[in-house]
Design a protein around this ligand. Sequence first.
Ligand code: HQG
Length: 181
Amino acid sequence: MNKLEELSKEVSYALRHAPWEYELEMDEEGWVPIGQLLDALHRSEKWKNISEIDLSEMIKKSEKKRHEIKDGKIRAFYGHSIPMKILKEEKMPPDILYHGTARRFMQSIMESGLLPQSRQYVHLSQEVETAENVGKRHDSKPCILIIDAKRAWKEGIKFYLGNEKVWLSDAIPSRYIKELQ
Ligand code: HQG
């Protein structure tokens, strides 16, 4: 892992899971002042020379759009597990979305639907390939689920924008889920 990837991991941890460890004041959309994040990072030897330019570089060079910077603030697009629910923009989803998961979770998913588990929202992918990569984090031969997003949305399930490839939703009942064969 290169230094910018390591930085991205630490920033994700701070913004998604542990803002209090870094003394960050987070607003309801997940934004924190960049100065606060930099102050916290500067306290560790490893990040003592990090600047806002490095954070911008980290975002630009990342293979995934995980963070955004705007008006002196930074936030994570998705992934949150903190108790305070981060408000996301509700949006009409594409007709179909995908979710990559482990074989060992399938029985439970087909019984109870997709649940956010430790995160605030269920994470869905716009492309099969992304879902495959997400699933590989849990299982070397992941299962790909096809979500009938448009029907779920029409029937009242809410969807939210993560980034341009990651969609978020509340729990998805199993009647909207099929396994890609
Ligand atoms: C599973 C990464 C049993 C679910 C990725 C998943 C993503 C169930 C696991 C983002 C279940 C949770 C999120 C049920 C869901 N019974 N298992 N009823 N419902 N599950 O890591 O979606 O690289 O919290 O299938 O790329 O894998 O960090 O969620 O396998 O976009 O930026 O419970 O994190 O992004 O696992 O990944 P996770 P995820 P980054």
